[in-house]
Write a protein that binds this ligand. Structure first.
Ligand code: AHR
Length: 328
């Protein structure tokens, strides 16, 4: 059943579409043209750059006026951006939340203003009545797939793992850690010996890996690296090479995202596996808003995107060629 709030939001979006229809002849995809605010985290990774590119592209193709705000990794900037979108009276807001907590108040304000909010790629610790839907992967599953891959790869041999976590307090860092631990839980030969944040960036990934290598006998005691994203893995691969070891064989490398550069590393034998996260989160979000504007259709609270494991057996150069011009 549609609540009064949702009915009002629907009316607002429908009127916006009707006004546009009355004034100009637009292609069918643009009949519900809206002004949508997008609070993006920043540009910490190749994956995020691709998400931004695709969101802009999708908005352009659909005749959406996208108001883009780059938060430079700061939650306070995201909260300011949301308040500014609310003040401007946008039709909807896309939010990629840098961390999981601390959103209730501003989401309440958006709800008060009858502006639907859609979460992109990360989740929040807030009641789901405060947002319309979340378009994300199963972040726990991604970590589990990475852990299960490693367990199968080492096949019973002892393996000491170092872990590069994503941004502290972010849902992918929390969930990918939990998922990986679940994936290796039944394998007593596997243990995580060091785990620290690399903030999802190449620079930090390299820096933290250097400290892991120093602390673990120059890296000789490390069997595998699990990184919560490919960018940190790419930085760490550089650190492993500089330490005189071979990434991909002396130290196995498994990570998440499937950005083009990890396929180059895989083709060179320097990375072993990655779990794909699609950067097209905005497509499903815009579909939802169009359906809602058309006839009030409400989406489920979670729209799950697919996750796929890639290994060196998947012709990494061919995947690289496919992905290299997609905005990463
Ligand atoms: O929330 C998705 C994660 O954020 C991506 O895996 C990572 O690369 C990005 O920074």
């Amino acid at each position: 059943m549609i609540s009064i709030l949702e009915e009002n939001m629907f009316l607002k979006l429908t009127l916006a579409g009707a006004a546009l229809l009355a004034s100009v002849a637009l292609p069918a995809t643009a009949v519900n043209a809206q002004t949508i605010g997008f609070s993006q985290i920043g540009s910490e990774s190749g994956w995020r750059a691709a998400e931004t590119t695709l969101t802009r592209q999708q908005a352009k193709d659909r005749g959406i006026d996208l108001k883009f705000a780059d938060a430079q990794q700061k939650q306070e900037n995201q909260i300011k951006a949301l308040r500014s979108f609310i003040a401007q009276g946008v039709d909807a807001i896309l939010l990629a939340p840098v961390v999981a907590t601390g959103w209730d108040q501003v989401l309440e304000e958006a709800k008060e203003a009858e502006i639907p909010v859609i979460l992109l790629d990360r989740t929040v610790d807030a009641p789901d009545s405060l947002y319309m839907t979340a378009v994300t992967s199963d972040l726990v599953h991604e970590g589990r797939v990475a852990g299960e891959w490693l367990a199968a790869e080492v096949d019973g041999k002892d393996c000491k793992i170092v872990e590069l976590q994503g941004t502290t307090g972010s849902s992918p860092a929390i969930d990918r850690k939990n998922g990986f631990e679940q994936g290796i839980a039944d394998h007593s030969n596997l243990s995580i010996i060091r785990s620290q944040t690399g903030d999802f960036t190449r620079t930090k990934g390299k820096e933290v890996m250097e400290s892991f290598l120093k602390a673990e006998n120059g890296g000789k005691d490390i069997c595998a690296l699990y990184a919560h994203n490919d960018d940190m893995a790419v930085g760490a691969i550089q650190a492993i090479k500089e330490a005189g070891l071979k990434p991909g064989s002396d130290i196995l490398v498994v990570s998440i995202d499937a950005v083009p550069d990890i396929f180059l590393a895989m083709a060179a034998g320097e990375a072993n596996a990655t779990v794909e996260l699609t950067p097209n989160m905005a497509g499903p979000a815009f579909d939802v808003l169009e359906a809602f504007a058309k006839d009030g259709t409400l989406p489920p609270k979670w729209i799950q995107t697919e996750s796929r494991l890639y290994t060196a057996a998947d012709d990494p150069m061919a995947v690289y060629e496919l992905k290299k011009s997609l905005g990463y």
